[in-house]
Write a protein that binds this ligand. Structure first.
Ligand code: URP
Ligand code: ZN
Ligand code: ZN
Length: 456
């Protein structure tokens, strides 16, 4: 399929230019002013007054995640459709093996679970235990196209790893030149606080937040930074939520260590006042780390500006009210997580660009280009350049919406951004040169591909 996009304004992480784009067989083949139409052209999109950015890459989603309260409510099909409506064309999800399952088996299983995704996808592979085979399994995953791994310092007793095994993962992945992403919260200390609250009858959602203070996130960040230095491994701290953690990360970066930081729209836009109210009103905000203070939000925006934070992911992990109700008498039983894959770009457009907190170039950088670079997808993804995949979002800057569980495409009856007004929305979304969203309607069900990545 050959498509020309005429008269648009192209935005990349480095420039803004008026130019036409020719797409041949899914790849950008020309970027020039006043391109002549080809004989073999299938479609012309007139993008006058519209803005073209690279398709979004969400580095942190959990589709169809198994938990004691059932699977997260979006599978790869429904979640990827929601992502496309919001302008995200590539997803990085996780491989979380069962106890006793090899990393490679779990990877194969996950690749088949993702077969109905309409976005392209890859995974961070999560060692949840250390056996005599783990080193070989990590190296086999690298050969299979995985360059990033994930360790949970929280969730001890299910997927959490202890410090000794965390260090082993860092050593092996560091030696191979890969990257370890880490959920930083001091799991054992949190467990003590959680149990203490419940034993005192403190069972409501706000105690979820009070049992996971910012200090215990920062302490874990410091530990990972220290271990990463000892093992010479690049680390990426997922869902950074607090000012305290940012200070540690900034110091490590200034010392020359390769430490990347990700945050999520909910830490930028929501705060811990959301934990005041009834079970029904507060339970949708039970996610980890929890929502923080307004001062933390400001620090997060500042650190995007300063470049300490490189990427924005959503940690998309929705559960329906009935699933969340598993914890009606005990916050420890509420499945952790919330949806957001659909709203990442429109929220950052409205509350970031339009409120002068970030520029258009920064928007592209943190939602696509940096992510592609860090995770070995660049320049196939994350760029508008000749030779790159034609994954593009064509924005209508005037289109308005009010986010609601009643009109979103995420498969969930809860919406943490309920009532948020947005301005600016994808008019067209192209994935590998095919129009998938056309004037706000989904018009394709072509499935995406598993993206094999390489360590440079
Ligand atoms: O609450 C969250 N974040 N749930 C998803 C799993 C994780 O910790 O990222
Ligand atoms: Zn996490
Ligand atoms: Zn997560």
């Amino acid at each position: 399929m050959n498509i020309i996009i005429k008269n648009g304004t192209i935005v990349t992480s480095g420039e803004i230019l008026e130019s036409d784009i020719l797409i041949e067989n899914g790849i950008i083949s020309k970027i020039e002013k006043s391109l002549n139409t080809l004989d073999k052209l299938d479609k012309t999109i007139d993008a006058k007054g519209l803005i073209i950015s690279p398709g979004g890459i969400d580095p942190h989603v959990h589709m169809y995640l198994p938990t004691p309260a059932g699977y997260s409510s979006d599978n790869f099909n429904t979640g990827s459709i929601a992502a496309l409506f919001g302008g995200t064309t590539t997803l990085l999800d996780f491989v979380t093996p069962r106890k006793g399952q090899s990393l490679t088996d779990a990877l194969d299983q996950r690749i088949s679970e993702a077969g109905n995704s309409l976005c392209d996808y890859s995974f961070h592979v999560s060692p949840i235990e250390w056996t005599e085979n783990t080193e070989n399994e990590i190296n086999d995953c690298i050969k299979a196209g995985i360059t990033s791994f994930k360790v949970y310092m929280a969730y001890k007793g299910s997927v959490g790893l202890d410090d000794t095994n965390l260090q082993k993962v860092l050593k092996v992945v560091g030696k191979a030149g890969g990257l370890v992403t880490v959920h930083c919260e001091m799991g054992d200390e949190i467990e003590v606080l959680r149990n203490q609250f419940v034993s005192e009858g403190k069972i409501e959602s706000r105690y979820h937040a009070l049992s996971r203070p910012a200090e215990l996130e920062a302490e874990a960040v410091q530990k990972v930074v220290d271990y990463a230095k000892e093992t010479n491994c690049t680390v990426y701290i997922v869902h950074v939520s607090s000012e305290k953690s940012l200070k540690i990360i900034e110091k490590a970066q200034k010392s020359g260590q390769k430490v990347f930081a990700e945050t999520c729209p909910h830490y930028l836009l929501l705060d811990d006042s959301k934990y005041n109210g009834t079970f029904k009103d507060t339970v949708k905000y039970v996610l980890s780390p929890p929502l923080r203070k307004k001062a933390d939000q400001e620090a997060l925006w500042d650190n995007i500006q300063k470049g300490v934070i490189s990427t924005i992911g959503t940690d998309h992990c929705p559960f329906n009210l009935i699933q969340k109700s598993a914890g009606i008498n005990d916050f420890r039983k509420v499945p952790n997580g919330a949806g957001g894959v659909e709203h990442r770009l429109t929220l950052l457009y409205t509350y970031g660009i339009l409120e002068n907190k970030i520029t258009w170039n920064q928007f592209v950088d943190i939602t696509s280009t940096q992510t592609a670079k860090i995770f070995g997808l660049y320049p196939q993804k994350g760029e508008i350049a000749v030779g790159s995949d034609a994954d593009l979002v064509i924005w209508n800057p005037e289109k308005k919406n009010t986010i609601s569980a009643r009109n979103h495409h995420q498969n969930c009856d809860l919406e943490i951004y309920e009532g948020f007004k947005t301005k600016g929305a994808p008019e067209f979304v192209l994935k590998k040169g095919e129009i998938v969203i056309d004037k706000g309607e989904l018009i394709s069900n072509r499935t995406g591909l598993f993206l094999k990545r390489k360590i440079k």
